[in-house]
Every structure is written in structure tokens, then in C-alpha cells.
Design a protein. Structure first.
Length: 330
């Protein structure tokens, strides 16, 4: 078992296992793993799956991951509430052309490690050390993920369950924060190669389960919106892409928790035990463009959790900006 410092994610149970369990298993050589519900230990013993798209990786009694089609990966990223009990494990799933599978769970790998190590062009996760005492503008700590967008990220907004009519514009502002490299540590915009394009409202919801804690299959359309979730959770981002011959994203879906109280400055009222919606959206978009979590102590947008009334944290920290430029810098 080999440790990786990768951005990863966890998925909770609730991905239609009844349908999966009745699906036929592809006839294959006896060397492939015929199980549909696969434990980490079983994947370690035999990482070659007979039919990856009909398989589910069971992490524990409460979490599972739907395995993507061969030649692709899936990741999920959670934003937790400070002081809560959310303990979802970071997980990434990579599937080779012939069903060989690698899972990276909480920084440890299970399965076929050659899927990553054999690709010299694979983006590697890099967490840079603090240059001074940890603070939003005195550290370049960042985490770069496995893939990025090599074309414009087209996105749609799903208004169902939205807590405010201002929500869509706040999502738009969050996208522009990354596109323009807006940082609280500088007084100028930063030129990047990141390109996003709003496509309008969508009747589709972000591709996650009813509880929004599990990513379902990719639909090829990046949708941001709202879903009810456990109160220890603020948001979730699901990303899909290719990794064998190029490391490119193909879809990123974002859901914020419609069950939480959210702060919108347009209402003209002071924050009252509410979470900053734009801060949460900016965090999740960071995952959608290829960034991972850094330690909370670094005071970056990409920290893994958020507290109520952090109303001055809409712009990027120095580490966030450094990570952005590591991927999309011109």
C-alpha cells in the first residue's frame, strides 16, 4: 500500500444499489473480480474488475463510490462545517482500459498503482510549504489535483431549492474570482488561461444522490445548484475526466447545502449565524477547476471547512492564487 498526497473525496451510500445489484456481469476471464459491491480489501487482492461501470467500491458501512467507465476517473470533494462531525474519507477512483482499478482513500492507494505511476505526463499533487507563519497572505500552500480544463468550462445553474434569488449571481462572482485571479493579497487582477462560460439555467440537478453525498454517473454537463444535505456539510463537488493519455476534466458538478442558513449581503442585513454563500461557492469551484484542500491553519479558500459569518473571505489567499497559477498561469 503506497501513500499519495492527492486531492480526493468520499461518497456516501445512496447511488441506486438496487439497480446495480441486478445488472448482468460481463463474462470475463476467471482472473477478473466478478463482485459488484467491492471492499477495499477485495480490491487490493484483485484490482481487475469484470465490469467497472456496474461496480461499487464500499469504503465502510456508510460510504461507497460508483466506479466510472474504463479510461476515466471520478473524484468528490466535501466542504464541512467547522466543529461538525462530518468524517467522509477523501477518495479518488481511476479505471484503466481493461478494468484495472486504483482507489486512493485518505491518501493511501489500493489496487493497481501502475495506472498513475506509468503516466509520465500525469499531473502530480503538490502541496507547497509555508514561506512564513501560516496566514492568508504569507503562505503559498496549495494542492494541485490530477487534471484541469483544456477547454472552456461551460456551466449551467439549477435554481431548484435555491435559498435566494441572488444565488446565481453569487456563483457567477465566484467563477470570476478564479478566472481573474482576484486575491485579497494583491490589488490587481492576475492573467490566467482559465476560461469559464455560463450557459443559462438548467432543469438538471447536479449529478449526486438524493442526499447529495454521493456522485452518480457523469452526464457530460457541468451543473451548479442546491440540494439538501446533512447539516455537518456545506457543499460537495463531483468531477470526472480522463487520465490515461491526457489529464483533462470533462464535467464538474457542484451542490451547496440548501438546508443551511446562507448569508447574502444583498439583503442589507448583518450576518447572523449564517454561512457565506460566495465563500463556499468559490471553494467548490476551486475543486471544479483542479485544486484540492490545504490545512485549515493556512487560512485559504481551499481549506476543508468553514465557519459562520466569514464574510470577508470571498477572495483568494496567496496559496489559492499560487495553485491557480500552477495550473492556469500564462
Amino acid at each position: 500500500m503506497k501513500a499519495f498526497t492527492t486531492v480526493a473525496f468520499a461518497l456516501a451510500l445512496g447511488i441506486g444499489l438496487g439497480v446495480v445489484s441486478n445488472a448482468p456481469i460481463a463474462s470475463a476471464a476467471s482472473t477478473c473480480n466478478p463482485e459488484i459491491r467491492i471492499s477495499i480489501g477485495r480490491l487490493e487482492e484483485n484490482p481487475v474488475l469484470c465490469d467497472p461501470q456496474l461496480s461499487v467500491l464500499v469504503l465502510d458501512g456508510a460510504h461507497s463510490v460508483a466506479i466510472p467507465r474504463p479510461g476515466t476517473f471520478v473524484e468528490v470533494h466535501f466542504l464541512a462545517r467547522d466543529g461538525g462531525n462530518w468524517n467522509g474519507q477523501d477518495t479518488s477512483i481511476f479505471v484503466g482500459e481493461k478494468g484495472s482499478t486504483l482507489a486512493i482513500v485518505d491518501g493511501k492507494s489500493f489496487g493497481d498503482e501502475s495506472l498513475i505511476s506509468s503516466n509520465p505526463d500525469q499531473l502530480q499533487t503538490v502541496t507547497q510549504a509555508a514561506t512564513q507563519a501560516p496566514s492568508g497572505c504569507t503562505t503559498n500552500a496549495n494542492s494541485v489535483g490530477w487534471a484541469s480544463w483544456n477547454k472552456a468550462m461551460q456551466w449551467w445553474y439549477a435554481p431548484n431549492n435555491e435559498p435566494s434569488l441572488y444565488a446565481r449571481n453569487r456563483f457567477g462572482s465566484s467563477f470570476q474570482t478564479w478566472v481573474r485571479g482576484l486575491s485579497r493579497c494583491t490589488n490587481y487582477e492576475t492573467l490566467t488561461a482559465l476560461n469559464t462560460a455560463f450557459q443559462g439555467n438548467s432543469s438538471l440537478a447536479p449529478s449526486s444522490s438524493a442526499s447529495a453525498t454521493s456522485c452518480i454517473s457523469s452526464e457530460g454537463k457541468s451543473v451548479v445548484g442546491w440540494k439538501p444535505m446533512p447539516l455537518d456539510l456545506l457543499g460537495v463537488t463531483c468531477t470526472w475526466g480522463e487520465f490515461l493519455f491526457s489529464t483533462s476534466m470533462s464535467e464538474a458538478d457542484i451542490a451547496l447545502n440548501s438546508s443551511q442558513p446562507w448569508f447574502f449581503p444583498e439583503n442589507g442585513l448583518p450576518c447572523a449565524n449564517q454561512f457565506n454563500m460566495q465563500q463556499a461557492a468559490t471553494h467548490e469551484i476551486g475543486h471544479a477547476i483542479g485544486l484540492g484542500h490545504v490545512d485549515t491553519s493556512y487560512n485559504q479558500i481551499m481549506g476543508p471547512s468553514a465557519s459562520v459569518c466569514e464574510v470577508g473571505s470571498n477572495k483568494l489567499g496567496l496559496g489559492d492564487l499560487t495553485g491557480l497559477l500552477n495550473i492556469y498561469g500564462k
